[in-house]
Design a protein around this ligand. Structure first.
Ligand code: MSP
Length: 642
């Protein structure tokens, strides 16, 4: 039997799952179900990542024992996957004793191979991302703080004796692997990002820490805990019995695809393959890095209060609707925005109108004209043939798109076919055939429409299992879905009773529509305000800030910085000054010259990347957009703003 091993990343248990974490798992589930449906023996793995500083910090903040926190949160992830109808075959936890032993064994092999050595690590570390950064990679924010180039949060400086993995040794072998396996990392633009990193040469990687002990101990030196990413990546082989159960391991490894989010691509496409090369194991066949979900245009974050709980959505709209929306509206591979309005739009138009209503009206006619019994089709006309042909075309495209994880395109094609079925139904006017008493033709039209619906429900099985099963039930069909793929038209059994139940999908009345996300966001923001304390300032305090209009005289980019521009500004009575601003991503130096901007003129001077800044300009920023504050009418530089 053909086999397919698919994994999700394992989720950090520092906080509750949100729609972003559910996204990867739902997509993985759709692919796993599709593979099963098309005859594969599938192993679908997910789990939780429970060691490291990030989890330890979360436990400390909550005043909880870390193991207890992991036990509680890991249960929540498990429960959510059950609620979301996820068909994972195993759930791994990195605190499982088996996993912990496997990690030590794996690292021992790397030690034996001479791929690990002791050295001094001096550099930056981002706890939320659990990532080391070199001096050249870090960014400096407006307050002169070193921040993570990936998440923008403050970095810690680390200097300690660590064990290092000779990652540099694998630059060439990895480049060769990428060359010989052009589909190793997808989408293509993500592969190119990895190639760039490889082409600039890899540095050895620190793989142990000594300043905390929430992790797996280094087998030869228990003062050190193993770097959480090394620990986590090994989950993909420890879950299938590496060095414990040879048969199972050999059956599943190498994985067919590791599904991941874009920000953890380097770990999966570079570090993990190098680790596998080090111990002589084959590499996964593919890494697929998807984009990020924002919520109503904002990055999902607990502190913004928009970390929506997928359970609320499931409760309100049902599982299938969420699964459909996430795959249909967010092009798999790219970033996308989760918006409840768009979800409702999809629900009302695609699901309730196009699909649900088609089933509803066809079944209603069978009930009325054939005593609820599916009739036998009679002579086939050209229009019937076209409907059948269209399905064959659809099936070919469906396979191609599903096999290349172009899930959104697969759904688009299915919906275009649903459009064809609706057109077929309307053009054949079964209500007129009924009126005229043309039972033979009526039987054929209703039969073909139901056959087409059954086929659509089958293609949709991986995406929307509940409603697809419901269609099978309402048409009393007990054919195995996989057979529908294999058999020619006329799979639908005539003589079976249909049930005209409730609508397949409940439309939302837009005039009464209340959003979950907004309500929650507001509540959370209020909570956050009282928890973190919004600071109200007095007018006197505001008056302390000397805001002035300044004219930009010169502007140039600061070398070695992606963000910073050095400006020479004219402040009228206050003279000329130099300021440094983090706006290089949004403005070219040339377009700045001559602009009248607003600056804080009495800010203590500070150095940014070694360049002195004697003030700070004001700009409005939202998401990825930034615009400078300017004045409405012309006014002399140095004018006071009050
Ligand atoms: N523990 C590591 C993964 C180790 S795998 C050996 C980790 N965990 S995570 O919980 O932070 O993220 C897990 C997955 O959830 C990542 O693939 C990440 O991209 C995904 N998502 C988290 N937030 C997301 C969005 N807002 N949108 C889409 N996916 C996002 O990284």
């Amino acid at each position: 039997m053909k086999k397919f091993y698919i994994t999700t990343p394992i989720y950090y248990v520092n906080s509750e799952p949100h729609i972003g974490s559910a996204y990867t798992t739902i997509i993985g589930d759709i692919i796993a179900r599709y593979k099963r449906l098309t005859g594969y023996d599938v192993f679908y793995l997910t789990g939780t990542d429970e060691h490291g500083q990030k989890i330890l910090q979360a436990a400390k903040e909550k005043g909880k024992d870390p193991q207890l926190l992991c036990d509680e949160l890991s249960e929540k992830f498990k429960k959510l996957w059950e609620d979301l109808n996820i068909t994972n075959d195993y759930f791994i936890r990195t605190t499982d004793p088996n996993h912990m032993k496997t990690v030590q064994l794996f690292v021992s092999k790397m030690l034996e191979n001479g791929d690990i050595y002791k050295g001094i690590y001096k550099g930056w570390y981002c706890v939320p991302c659990e990532t080391y950064w070199n001096e050249e990679e870090i960014e400096i924010d407006e307050n002169e703080k070193q921040v993570c180039p990936s998440c923008g949060r403050p970095l810690n400086f680390v200097e300690e004796e660590n064990y290092f993995f000779r990652l540099s040794k694998y630059t060439e072998p990895l480049l060769n692997h990428f060359k010989n396996n052009p589909d190793f990392v997808e989408p293509e633009f993500r592969k190119n990002e990895m190639l760039k990193i490889l082409e600039s040469g890899l540095k050895d990687l620190s793989i142990t820490r000594t300043t905390f002990n929430w992790g797996i101990l280094m087998p030869n030196d228990p003062k050190h805990v193993i770097y959480v990413w090394v620990d986590a990546l090994i989950n993909y082989i420890s879950a299938i019995g590496y060095e414990r159960d040879e048969e199972t391991f050999n059956k599943w490894w190498p994985a067919d695809v590791h599904l991941i989010g874009k920000e953890i691509n380097r770990f999966h496409s570079i570090i993990w393959p190098a680790m596998l090369m080090s111990v002589g194991l084959p590499l996964p066949k593919k890494i697929f890095a998807h984009g990020w979900l924002t919520v109503n245009g904002q990055k999902i974050s607990k502190s913004l209060g928009n970390a929506i709980d997928p359970r609320e959505f499931v409760k309100k709209y049902g599982n299938d609707v969420i699964r459909y929306y996430l795959t249909r509206d967010i092009v798999f591979g790219k970033d996308g925005d989760f918006s409840e309005e768009n979800l409702v739009q999809r629900l009302n138009s695609d699901l309730a109108n196009d699909y649900g209503n088609l089933l509803h009206r066809t079944v209603a006619m069978v009930v009325k004209n054939f005593d609820s019994i599916i009739p036998k089709p009679e002579e086939i006309l050209e229009t019937d043939k076209i409907l059948i042909e269209h399905f064959e075309n659809l099936l070919n495209k469906y396979y191609a798109y599903m096999d290349s994880f172009k899930l959104t395109y697969a759904l688009e094609e299915i919906w275009s076919y649903i459009g064809n079925i609706n057109k077929y139904f309307d053009e054949n006017k079964p209500w007129i055939l009924a009126k005229e008493g043309n039972k033979k033709r009526l039987a054929t039209v209703l039969y073909n429409t139901l056959e087409a619906i059954l086929r659509v429900a089958t293609l949709l099985m991986p995406f929307m299992p509940d409603s697809s099963n419901e269609v099978y039930k309402r048409l009393s069909q007990n054919v195995k879905p996989s057979e529908v793929f294999e058999k020619k038209w006329n799979v639908l059994k005539s003589g079976q009773k249909v049930t005209h139940g409730k609508p397949l999908f409940n439309k939302i009345d837009l005039s009464k529509f209340e959003k979950i996300a907004v309500k929650k966001e507001k509540q959370d923001l209020q909570k956050q305000n009282t928890e973190e304390g919004v600071v109200l300032i007095s007018f006197d305090e505001f008056k302390k800030i000397d805001l002035r209009v300044a004219e930009i005289l010169e502007a140039e980019k600061i070398k070695k910085s992606e963000k910073l521009i050095k400006l020479l500004i004219d402040l009228g009575e206050l003279g000329k000054r130099q300021i440094v601003a983090g706006i290089a991503k949004y403005y070219n130096p040339n377009e700045l010259i001559g602009k009248k901007i607003v600056i804080v003129a009495n800010l203590k001077p500070a150095k940014l990347m070694g360049v002195e800044s004697q003030g700070m300009l004001l700009a409005a920023k939202i998401n990825d957009k930034l615009t400078l504050l300017t004045v409405d009418n012309d006014i002399e530089p140095g004018a006071k703003i009050s």
